[in-house]
Ligand binder design. Structure first.
Ligand code: TXE
Length: 480
């Protein structure tokens, strides 16, 4: 059976223990490859390789570093079809979505941060012509980059590109559920001529490989995207070494629809915000709040649009939703639907499995699910489902919408749908979240700060914020 291997110091390597994890295809429920189950020793080898490469990498002329990033971006584009198919096979997302979003975004991450570092400027201040202050930036060393399973290549490259652009070297730990595209990156790095050790990829479990990376004293910064509980563990593990840590964690995001929303634009937008990527995007709006006057009409049209969603083979161009990523995750999501039923929730559509051909019968497919009539205080309104399950609740005034939107330990994002931009702006001001979209969702501009309030994370990445994170800034004060 095919083995997905580590990429350390420019070479593919088996894990030192010889142990592998079963890698399931979520569409069929069958094991279709094996993933290196790396241990502490593998991770230490990767950290040593990255550490050794750091001194030369940080001294390379800026243009040279940037040229590598542009080359990697081109190669991702050249291999886009193979990468999209691999992503879909591992993660379950439709191939069409991977081709349209994940892989182009991965290529863009390298191009964007190459441009960002090329155009980066520092400031200087003059004090009466007698004192000149200016700032310098320097990379920190080995960056530990840990990514989740929902947008595997997209989120990993979102970390690799700025880390390398700033002159750090990297050790990556992709999710054990979706290691395939990460393992393909090694070949791309070699074809781009990236010097050995500059970017290493260690596959395996979080509690072994991941934990070694976050606790190792030779890794001064950690960029993590994943679950909030893991984020908390990482903070504790890194505290002893005062590491720089950026955490992008979960969300329980609200979609707020005011009574004057144009449903022609709103319904397709909210369908995307609810069910894109099987609802496995940390920015998905799981909690839909609709102003009373529009509630009935919205529910009727939204349910109709949900029923029209095609769930099935991710290879089929017409498929909008593939299977959930894993059996564990499928059990978690269906468990939350049971919780809604126990809370007297009314399931208007979904909650069941689609009827599929024999080869997909054991896949982790779930129909998009819409639930109403559960109390605002229900646990389902606080806990992240991370699947194709949304609740709809009515509200009277904008202030009530803000209250229910903020009623969660998370604070990642929200979307507001209305024709009144003044109302939308006021509402945006009252939401405790890192990103508010108005009449749109998931529209990402890589220059703007991205991150969460409260338990949705700490720190911001994107544009100059990533440069801030992946460098230390130094002030030089010169008496003239
Ligand atoms: O994520 P984990 P899981 C949410 C979502 C999901 C829940 C758990 O609600 O149901 O998190 O998902 C690595 N030290 N999100 O369990 O475990 C792990 O190997 C170092 C939100 O899959 O957080 C993987 O590479 N690393 C989300 C990465 O952390 C550790 C995306 C994420 O895995 C580690 C995914 C440790 N001790 C899930 N333990 C988002 N914000 O986009 C695990 N890892």
């Amino acid at each position: 059976m095919e083995k997905l291997l580590n990429f350390i110091n420019g070479e593919y390597a088996e894990p030192s223990s010889g142990q592998f994890l079963d890698n399931y295809n979520p569409s069929t429920g069958e094991v279709d490859s094996l993933v290196a189950d790396s241990n502490e020793m593998d991770m230490i080898l990767a950290i040593q390789a990255a550490n050794k490469a750091f001194d030369r990498w940080k001294k390379r002329p800026l243009k040279e570093r940037v040229d590598y990033l542009f080359k990697i971006s081109e190669l991702i584009e050249k291999n886009a079809d193979a990468l999209a198919e691999a992503e879909s096979r591992d993660q379950g997302k439709p191939v069409s979505l991977a081709k349209k979003v994940d892989i182009p975004r991965a290529a863009l991450n390298f191009r964007f941060f190459a441009g960002e570092i090329l155009h980066h400027k520092e400031v200087s201040t003059d004090v009466d012509g007698k004192l000149l202050n200016y700032t310098l930036r320097q990379p920190l060393g080995v960056a530990g980059l840990i990514s989740p399973w929902n947008l595997p290549l997209y989120l990993l490259t979102w970390k690799i590109a700025p880390a390398l652009a700033c002159g750090n070297t990297a050790v990556c730990k992709p999710s054990e559920f979706t290691s395939r595209t990460a393992s393909m990156l090694g070949e791309i790095f070699n074809e781009a001529g990236l010097p050995p050790g500059v970017c290493n990829i260690v596959l395996g479990r979080g509690e072994t490989a991941g934990q070694t990376l976050v606790s190792h004293p030779g890794v001064p910064l950690i960029s993590f995207t994943g679950g909030t509980a893991t984020g908390e563990k990482i903070l504790k593990s890194t505290a002893a070494h005062f590491k720089k840590v950026s955490l992008e964690l979960g969300g329980k995001n609200a979609t707020i629809i005011l009574k004057d929303a144009d449903l022609k634009k709103t319904i397709p937008g909210v369908i995307n915000a609810s069910f894109l990527n099987q609802g496995e995007v940390c920015l998905c709006g799981e909690k839909i709040l609709v102003q009373e006057e529009l509630y009935d009409e919205f529910v009727e049209k939204f349910v109709e649009a949900t029923k029209a969603i095609k769930v099935g083979d991710p290879k089929d161009i017409k498929t909008f939703m593939g299977p959930l990523v894993s059996k564990q995750h499928y059990d978690k999501v269906t468990g939350m639907i049971e919780m809604a039923k126990n809370d007297q929730g009314k399931i208007l559509v979904g909650g069941d499995r689609p009827d599929l051909p024999d080869d997909l019968k054991k896949g982790y497919f779930l129909n998009p699910t819409v639930i109403t009539d559960i109390s605002n205080c229900s646990e389902l309104h606080q806990t992240e489902v991370f699947g194709p399950v949304v609740t709809i609740q009515p509200f009277k005034y904008s202030a009530d919408a803000a209250k229910w939107a903020n009623n969660s330990e998370y604070g990642l994002s929200a979307s507001i749908w209305t024709e009144s931009l003044t109302k939308a702006h006021k509402l945006a001001q009252s939401l405790d979240v890192g990103t508010v979209w108005i009449n749109t969702w998931l529209n990402r501009d890589l220059r703007v700060p991205f991150g969460g309030f409260k338990h949705s994370g700490q720190g911001r990445e994107g544009g100059e914020h990533s440069i801030d994170f992946f460098t230390e800034q130094k002030t030089v004060s010169l008496q003239l």
